[in-house]
Design a binder for this molecule. Structure first.
Ligand SMILES: [Fe+2]
Length: 298
């Protein structure tokens, strides 16, 4: 699955799946706060009000079974074809086939290496709210898991896409810095041209990025990590135009949703991505009068 997308191309949790681990009243309040943040200035977006508790003891035996089955299936491919940064991140945060991850455990481990954390949210977040999380080194995640009957495809993001697919990279200091810088630029710009370009950048890196490692093409984008079909297509299909990463070119490339990706961009290193993002963010934030937010504490 590729994750759900809104107009900006972000999979921000639209169309949440019902789950016993979610307190429906808490979720209702959090969703109302998220919806109400839509027209607020960046400085007034309160991400705390959008978080929900993961009642981990309420995952069912079927939930754990779905997680375990997909974990094994994906790791079979990813052990050889996933980026080393993904694989080592999955170990660092202790993703395990036996049970759906407990975010408090994931966060304790993540915090020690990069200061990132992941937090349950009830469903769709307006784009600026999503960016406000990233700008504070936090990642909003779905905590529900797909039912067994939809094991291979689910249009909505779930904990497999969000935590298995995204969070391992947050344990890497270079990727961690890139993603926060991205969040700051996307949060503070009010220029629709930059918003569109940044959505494309997110799509072709965080969601569908490829990287050269040790002379081989590897997967790191969450849409490729979490989907067997997308992963194989990205590496093997002769129909894919695999282009050398160049930030300007990426930002100028429109993306297509709802089918396998015909164009992908290949990084040489995550430093390349972090450095290109830093340069672009300086420009975006300068224009927005928010250059000071790029300081480490900003
Ligand atoms: Fe995603």
């Amino acid at each position: 699955m590729t994750g759900d997308t809104n107009a900006t191309g972000m999979d921000t949790g639209k169309g949440a799946i019902a789950s016993s681990v979610i307190d429906s009243e808490e979720a209702r309040r959090a969703q109302a706060a998220a919806d109400a943040s839509e027209n607020l200035p960046a400085s007034e977006i309160d991400i705390e009000s959008m978080k929900i508790t993961q009642h981990h003891d309420k995952y069912t035996a079927e939930d754990h079974e779905v997680w375990g089955t997909l974990f094994h299936k994906r790791m079979e491919q990813l052990t050889g074809e996933g980026s080393d940064v993904f694989l080592s991140g999955a170990k660092v945060i202790n993703l395990h086939p036996d049970h759906v991850p407990d975010l408090s455990d994931v966060n304790r481990r993540l915090n020690q290496c990069t200061g990132w954390s992941s937090h349950g949210v009830p469903g769709y977040l307006p784009a600026k709210a999503f960016f406000a999380f990233l700008a504070q080194r936090q990642f909003p995640t779905s905590i529900a898991i797909r039912p067994k009957t939809q094991m291979d495809y689910l249009p909505e993001p779930d904990i497999i896409h969000d935590v298995f697919g995204h969070v391992p990279l947050h344990a890497d200091p270079v990727f961690a810095d890139f993603l926060q810088t991205y969040g700051k630029a996307a949060l503070h710009t009010n220029n629709p041209m930059h918003t569109e370009r940044l959505a494309r950048l997110f799509w072709f890196t965080v969601e569908f990025g490829l990287i050269h490692e040790g002379g081989k093409l590897k997967l790191y984008g969450s849409g490729l990590i979490s989907s067997e079909g997308e992963g194989h297509h990205a590496l093997e299909s002769p129909k894919v135009d695999r282009r050398t990463f160049d930030l300007e070119r990426v930002c100028d490339t429109a993306f297509e949703i709802d089918h396998y990706q015909p164009i992908l961009y290949v990084l040489e290193s995550f430093e390349q991505l972090r450095d290109a993002m830093q340069t672009y963010a300086e420009r975006v934030l300068e224009e927005a009068g928010k250059a000071e937010t790029l300081s480490p504490v900003g």
